[in-house]
Write a protein that binds this ligand. Structure first.
Ligand SMILES: [Zn+2]
Length: 293
């Protein structure tokens, strides 16, 4: 079966319909007819109601019952992430290039309201199913970064910023890796984009006496906490002359992105920018107050 790539990032919201009068198209028409049928809708509602009764769940944003993210909050999240934006000016620890400019970072949205609630629940409340809500905004941000940051015609590799082994064991999954997997399955990435896990945290690291008194965040920002992995992939990608787009969930100070960029630069892979789901506001930035209820 031919691998079809849809350049439109909004295509992720739509179901794939094969061109022409193929058997698959015929079955999709029948599926559509079944889906909008009144009896089928009643059965689906009954099943959903029973499931909500047996396994009660509230919206992670507004606490309305019966769905992990209610229709209203999902719509608000989509609206908040319609226009990805450059956010490197908010993070003071990003690496600088030769012209003293920080590493460019594109964020799908601001870390507040529905987006913050969904990211928090996805990462820390054992709700990996919320990836389906977060993949479309990430796809839009990746598309924007591809258009504005990546050199045209050069292959691009999306590299997830790793999480520490301790956090990964606690969650049981790798949040950014799950999102990139969803992005790949949705087939919205242009053909010249590959996805590879090339960076990991070092297994053991000795804290110096100067670092011992600091908090976990400050210690995590020290150099040499990450290294590259997959020697063969690295050599193959370096030979292809690829450029790297780092992918992370939330941008705060940018120290994690800086460390990942350092590890990749040592392996000979240039980083052209980074994509994040959300960026925390700069300290002097005024935020509009909006209720999520
Ligand atoms: Zn809600």
């Amino acid at each position: 079966m031919r691998n079809r790539v849809r350049p439109d990032p909004d295509a992720i919201y739509k179901r794939a319909v094969p061109a022409g009068d193929t058997p698959a198209r015929h079955w999709l028409r029948r599926l559509d007819a079944w889906w909008v049928n009144g009896a089928a809708y009643a059965v689906r509602s009954a099943v959903r109601g029973t499931a909500a009764l047996l396994l009660p769940v509230d919206c992670v944003c507004c606490r309305r019952p019966d769905a992990p993210v209610c229709v209203r909050c999902a719509r608000a999240l989509r609206t908040a992430c319609l226009h990805p934006r450059r956010v490197e000016h908010r993070a003071e620890a990003l690496p600088l290039n030769q012209r003293n400019e920080p590493l460019p970072v594109v964020a799908a949205g601001a870390y507040d309201h529905e987006l913050a609630a969904v990211i928090l629940a996805y990462k820390n409340h054992q709700m990996p199913g919320l990836a389906r809500i977060l993949v479309p905004p990430l796809a839009r941000a990746v598309k924007s970064a591809m258009d504005t940051l990546a050199a045209p015609g050069v292959p691009v590799v999306l590299v997830p910023v790793p999480t520490r082994l301790q956090a990964r064991n606690r969650r049981g999954y790798f949040p950014v890796g799950l999102l990139l997997g969803g992005l790949r399955r949705a087939r919205v990435l242009p053909g010249r984009i590959q996805v590879a896990r090339l960076v990991r945290y070092r297994a053991t690291r000795q804290f110096t006496s100067a670092q011992k008194g600091k908090g976990r965040r400050a210690r995590g920002a020290v150099r040499n906490s990450m290294c590259t992995t997959g020697r063969r992939s690295l050599a193959r990608l370096a030979a292809q002359g690829v450029q790297v787009l780092l992918v992370d969930d939330v941008l705060t100070t940018g120290s994690t992105l800086a460390e990942a960029q350092r590890a990749l630069a040592e392996a000979g892979l240039p980083v052209c920018g980074a994509v994040v789901l959300a960026a925390t506001p700069a300290p002097d930035e005024k935020r509009p107050v909006r209720s999520t209820r």
